[in-house]
Design a protein around this ligand. Structure first.
Ligand SMILES: [Zn+2]
Length: 755
């Protein structure tokens, strides 16, 4: 790859300083270090016998009973890697209940004790130095198993052609750091390879991984357990030490054939950290041409093909200033053209995004973007369009965000536009491909407007002054500040009450939940997805007045949760808790992110709504007041599950730890069977005795359940009963009339199955 290849963006208004385009390119530090790592070999001068040695790192305990350590060739003159062959064992006990339960679900034991016969060790810490003081390293013969084991272990490092390796390893090596990095892979006969990791760059440093199910040409890993070193409480200021990109100024040029080229000027704030290498996510298809500092100095960088990480070597400024600017010039195939439809290959990583570790979220940034596109196309972007000029060939628009945003994107295409305006609502523009049906387009616009109106009523003012909805060739939707992308499939159907209505309303709801009220970490992501999902159900019920559809949506989510992997005759792994966030999705638990974070998240909100409902008057103002207060309190900031728990406690006037433990941090799902007997009393009134048998949950599991007593002739009565324990028996208050029927779990007040 020629890093300084000639730019195909001569039409751009901005200029790129000339570089020695034809000179012989020296490998970058990244390439040198990557090559040293990926081609590493055992050093025949340094082999040591070991017996009864233990190495403990946080929750991981390695015992090397008898075998040989082979030190490998140095990387950047440091000993970083070694291989062990022999007899050893690994003990691992996660420090908290949630992680122990997760280990139990995946490995069928809540702590792990496993023997191994081979192990790869990669460190940033002093482990190898310590081995050198404890063991006698001498020259010797290297058995062929060592190099074959090295080769197979390094397959987990990613795409070789793209020189792609684990971020935490490359960052440690590139910055020549002495840190806590401790990565091991170990194998035992007949078992799936496991990896234990201390990642110094992640908020949750300790991690147990294993080879993904049916991993093939390139080996992948699933996370089994992950937590903070020392089992510390979650850090409220996660990643404060990371570099931040506060402001982006982008110039984008899209040619007639839709070739994409851009320059991104990024204001960097290094915080306190001496970050010498900055890493950005940028899709494989984009090629970086050059990277300049604020003073037009060329900075060394590396981005391989098939490698989504751009690494920039970024020396500390002479004045030790922490703020600086980098300019990145890049081009490539960011826009995909398929059967007449046009879309971004990645709706986010077409622009260099700071990458700061596997569980970190993007920080907010302000964006100022100028798009130059052929005048035959339309562009719609996040932000406010502040200028627009069009010639016969080119259309130039500039978009600026009104407040910092976490996610930014745009859409380009040939669209049919439909605008709707109404007093007190932000104007809505729906952009659809020209072949679409205008009636459906109007339905989409009306659904969007109506859901905005509904959410303003139940949550509070819409956080954005206008809303765009774009037709995109995808099976899913996405939401950005003031812009939503809707799957092309939702423009196919004019069916008045269909899943499409809920789908559109879900994406609209993200303007409140996810975008305006953000979430703190992946453990809290249900506050975005679960809330948006329930908002769409609620909209169906209250605004469209379709109770049946509302309960159908809830039932659909319930079935997905209860029937997860039941087709495997219950042999599949159980679903995890909501708080596990994206980690619910592994190669063995496909679909669980949607099933749990969206579906069960929505159910949690539904159960809270039911608990707040006045069963006599059906008044639900307290729930609405609570949602409004939560929205206004956390608008423009990031909420945690605990923040939400506090407000639920305030409105229900009780400690709700039991509820959140059961439903957000726990995985139990009750199955109830209900029975009752009625008896006529001498005074003509009725006594009713009820029995509820509960299965599949622990003894302490409890829930208030709504009963619906039907007396016939449209006379009914609702009451709430507490159900706890294996067999729960209770008498209803004496009834003045004979109940014709009693419905258990009215209004689907609990996520359960009823036999
Ligand atoms: Zn969503």
């Amino acid at each position: 790859m020629n890093t300084f290849q000639a730019l195909s963006i001569s039409a751009l208004a901005f200029s790129i300083p000339a570089v020695g385009a034809m000179e012989e390119r020296q490998p970058t530090r990244y390439e040198r270090i990557y090559d040293e790592f990926i081609n590493i070999k055992a050093d025949q001068a340094r082999i040591a016998h070991v017996s009864n040695l233990s190495i403990i790192r946080d929750a991981g305990n390695f015992f090397f009973q008898d075998g040989t350590f082979y030190l490998c060739t140095p990387i950047d003159r440091k000993d970083r890697v070694c291989v062990f062959l022999g007899k050893g064992s690994f003990l691992f006990t996660p420090p908290n209940e949630i992680e122990r339960a997760q280990t139990q679900r995946t490995l069928e034991k809540d702590s792990l004790g496993q023997e191994f016969h081979s192990l790869l060790l990669v460190v940033g810490d002093s482990t190898i130095e310590e081995l050198k003081t404890k063991l006698q390293f001498n020259p010797g013969a290297i058995p062929p198993e060592v190099s074959s084991y090295l080769k197979s272990s390094l397959k987990y490092q990613g795409e070789k052609d793209g020189k792609n390796a684990d971020f935490f390893i490359m960052k440690t090596f590139l910055e020549d750091n002495r840190n806590e990095l401790f990565y091991t892979q170990f194998n035992s006969k007949g078992e799936t390879p496991l990896m234990f990791l201390i990642d110094p760059y992640d908020e949750e440093q300790v991690c147990l991984l294993r080879r993904a199910k049916s991993a093939h040409y390139q080996d992948r890993r699933d996370v089994i357990s992950q937590f903070q070193a020392g089992n510390r409480a979650p850090n409220q200021d996660l990643m404060t030490n990371w570099f931040r990109c506060n402001k982006y100024t982008l110039e984008i040029h899209i040619a007639d054939n839709l070739d994409f080229s851009a320059s991104a000027e990024i204001a960097i704030d290094r915080a306190q950290r001496d970050d010498k290498w900055l890493s950005f996510l940028l899709i494989d298809e984009l090629v970086v041409d050059s990277v300049l500092s604020a003073k037009n100095m060329h900075l060394s960088f590396f981005k391989g093909e098939l490698n989504p990480l751009l690494w920039i070597e970024y020396p500390l400024l002479p004045d030790h200033s922490l703020q600086d600017t980098v300019r990145i010039f890049y081009h490539g195939d960011a826009i995909k053209k398929d059967d007449g439809s046009i879309y971004l290959r990645s709706s986010l990583a077409w622009c260099p995004l700071p990458y700061t570790g596997k569980s970190a979220y993007q920080k907010k940034r302000s964006m100022d973007v100028t798009y130059r596109i052929p005048s035959t196309y339309t562009i719609v972007s996040v932000g406010k369009c502040v200028s627009r000029s069009t010639t016969e060939e080119q259309s130039i628009t500039r978009w600026i965000t009104e407040k910092p945003v976490r996610h930014f994107s745009f859409n380009i295409g040939k669209f049919k536009e439909h605008h709707v305006t109404q007093d007190s609502l932000p104007p809505v523009t729906v952009l659809m491909t020209p072949s679409g049906d205008s009636d459906v387009q109007e339905d989409v616009a009306s659904d969007i407007q109506s859901s905005v109106d509904f959410y303003q009523f139940v949550y509070g003012p819409c956080p954005f002054s206008s809303l765009y909805a774009c037709d995109i060739p995808s099976w899913s939707g996405e939401a950005y500040p003031g812009m939503i992308n809707l799957s092309n499939s939702t423009f196919q159907s004019s069916d008045e009450i269909s899943y499409d209505v809920a789908f559109r309303a879900h994406e609209v709801a993200h303007q409140w939940w996810g975008i305006s009220v953000g979430f703190h970490s992946y453990h809290d992501q249900w506050l975005s997805e679960g809330f948006a999902e329930y908002s769409s159900y609620w909209f169906t019920q209250l605004r469209l007045k379709n109770n049946k559809k509302f309960f159908d949506l809830l039932t659909g989510a319930r079935k997905r949760i209860f029937q997860a992997r039941k087709y495997l005759l219950s042999s599949g792994q159980k679903t995890g808790p909501i708080s596990l966030g994206y980690r619910n999705e592994t190669s063995a638990t496909k679909g669980d992110y949607f099933r749990i974070v969206y579906g069960k998240g929505a159910w949690v909100l539904h159960m809270i709504r039911n608990m707040m409902l006045d069963s006599k008057t059906m008044d639900e103002k307290p729930f609405m007041r609570m949602m409004k207060e939560f929205y206004s309190e956390f608008r423009d900031s990031a909420a945690t599950t605990n923040d939400f728990k506090k407000i639920v406690e305030k409105y229900l006037n009780q400690d709700m730890t039991w509820f959140f433990d059961q439903w957000v941090y726990g995985i139990e799902l009750p199955t109830y069977s209900f029975d009752y007997s009625k008896r006529r009393l001498p005074d003509g009134k009725y006594a009713v005795h009820c029995t509820v048998v509960t299965e599949d949950v622990s003894e302490r599991f409890k829930m208030p359940v709504l009963l619906y007593l039907d007396f016939g002739d449209r006379r009914y009565y609702r009451l709430r009963v507490w159900v706890q324990g294996r067999k729960c028996e209770f008498d209803l208050p004496i009834l003045p009339l004979e109940p014709k029927d009693i419905l258990f779990n009215d209004l689907s007040s609990v996520l359960c199955e009823v036999d």
